[in-house]
Design a protein around this ligand. Structure first.
Ligand SMILES: [Zn+2]
Length: 492
């Protein structure tokens, strides 16, 4: 018997605009696809939040005993600057500016992406396919769409015929847009390109001579349109219809709308049962953008090397902060918010550390079974991590009262409490208890400061034998003292 057999999960489906009971196509199995990063720069903190939301969802499904195939792609070609239909490939542009091979750019930022995600304690997806590894599959889909009559070729490029598709299907159903409105709102850019209509989107683009990322195709040398890779990879690994498709809110239109159109044009049926969208992250109340300086990289938060925050914050603490907001809500990151969240994080971790040595008694003052089902109820309600965390803090309150001796807990309940907290905090939320090592380094810092003080007074008393001994012995332990105008500092 698996845990999921007793749980009813409800998810907010962007396609219907409703919270629905989640029922996978095959009982016990879940197929989930999430649009991954375009690897042309360091991973954005906002993207980390999106991927973290789906990591948490993946973790909860696994905790419940589902067998999940989680596919998260890497976009290493086809994504044009400004998400536009024309112009330069984001990766090729970066390669040109930095005088690198496009695949050097891809490698560099894929490594950065994985590094950051590992620091945040992400689980690796089941499959992490790349767009360039699936050019053949993409060409096959284009052939299929052409055959079904929903695309046309002009001048070496192939475009999806949105107007024709909309006659039999509904283009815009995910984002709630109507094709008539889109047409009314577009200025008529005559001879803008080879498209019949401005709403049409590229399935295959002819490569101009200077375009370095190019592949042969039945329509000549070119490269696939950005939306196509996700259709190719999700269909290949999850089938024509699968359970969950996720991504950032900003991808709803046009990217996800186009994915639906491509798949329906090929297979005549809706590719995804539940569309889940994660909301954005703002910084100090404003949209993050490098151009305005209102931006921060994950690595800069961990190291403290930034102008925005007063101190470094550990990846697990930032993860806790992000989990304190529901994934469909906008979250604002600021120094004050992080400092406040850190207090909560430390309190939670201290309570967990003390669980093992908790004195047990004959009775328990709170109902562990009820509390535990509240934890599941929170997660079953569209993965409501802020409510889960609030429920975990109910337990923290009792743990502290037991520590004070005001309340008691039986040994059996203590074990149940510990197991449940571990499941939700470590396995589902993906947090790590790094506070013990932080506390150790704080203690070490205190000891070194004390020795620096002793050395200072030894020198004042002209006891150079002692002062040298302190300096040399610390050095032999790998702690270097440096005397400066402002006093003595140390480095490890
Ligand atoms: Zn995608």
């Amino acid at each position: 018997m698996q845990l999921f057999e007793n749980q009813e999960i409800r998810v907010y489906n962007s396609l219907t605009g409703k919270k629905e009971v989640f029922k996978p196509i095959n009982e016990g199995y879940i197929g989930m696809y999430v649009c991954g990063p375009t690897v042309y720069s360091n991973v954005h903190l906002g993207n980390c939040r999106t991927f973290m939301s789906f990591d948490m969802i993946f973790r909860y499904f696994r905790h419940l005993g589902f067998k999940v195939r989680y596919v998260r792609n890497i976009t290493d070609a086809g994504h044009l600057v400004d998400d536009a239909e024309d112009g330069e490939d984001k990766i090729a542009k970066k390669a040109r500016l930095e005088k690198l091979e496009p695949m050097e750019v891809v490698q560099r930022y894929t490594v950065d992406f994985h590094n950051i995600l590992e620091k945040f304690n992400f689980l690796p997806p089941s499959i992490e396919p790349t767009a360039t590894g699936h050019i053949i599959e993409q060409i096959e889909i284009i052939k299929d769409i052409l055959e079904k009559g929903f695309a046309y070729e002009t001048n070496g490029s192939v475009y999806f015929d949105v107007a024709k598709f909309n006659k039999e299907h509904e283009y815009g159903k995910l984002s709630g847009r109507k094709l008539e409105d889109m047409i009314a709102n577009t200025r008529n850019l005559a001879a803008q390109d080879d498209k019949h209509n401005p709403q049409d989107f590229a399935l295959w683009k002819k490569a101009e001579p200077q375009h370095i990322m190019r592949w042969p195709s039945p329509w000549g040398d070119g490269f696939p349109g950005w939306h196509l890779e996700c259709t190719a990879m999700s269909t290949k690994y999850l089938g024509e219809t699968f359970d969950i498709h996720g991504g950032g809110m900003d991808l709803k239109f046009p990217h996800h709308e186009c994915e639906i159109a491509q798949a329906e044009a090929c297979n005549g049926k809706s590719p995804v049962n539940y569309w889940l969208h994660a909301n954005m992250l703002t910084l100090n109340g404003r949209k993050m953008a490098k151009s305005t300086g209102n931006s921060i990289l994950p690595g800069e938060i961990f190291s403290g090397e930034n102008e925005i925050l007063s101190k470094p914050f550990s990846p697990s603490m930032v993860r806790f902060f992000m989990m304190q907001a529901h994934y469909t809500s906008i979250l604002d990151i600021s120094n004050e918010a992080l400092l406040a969240s850190e207090k909560g994080f430390n309190k939670l971790m201290e309570a967990i550390s003390s669980l093992k040595s908790l004195n047990t008694g004959k009775t328990t003052n709170f109902n562990i079974a009820d509390w535990k089902s509240s934890c599941y109820a929170a997660m079953n309600d569209d993965f409501n991590t802020p409510i889960l965390i609030a429920t975990l803090f109910d337990a923290v309150k009792h743990i502290n009262l037991i520590k004070e001796g005001t309340e008691t807990i039986t040994e059996e309940d203590r074990t149940e409490l510990e197991n449940t907290i571990h499941n939700f905090v470590y396995d589902v939320l993906g947090l790590e208890n790094k506070s013990s090592s932080d506390a150790d380094s704080e203690k070490l810092g205190g000891v070194v400061e004390l020795l620096i003080e002793l050395r200072k007074s030894a020198r004042e008393n002209k006891d150079f034998a002692t002062s040298d001994k302190i300096r040399d012995q610390l050095a032999s332990l790998g702690i270097q003292l440096k005397d400066g105008k402002e006093g003595t500092t140390y480095s490890l």
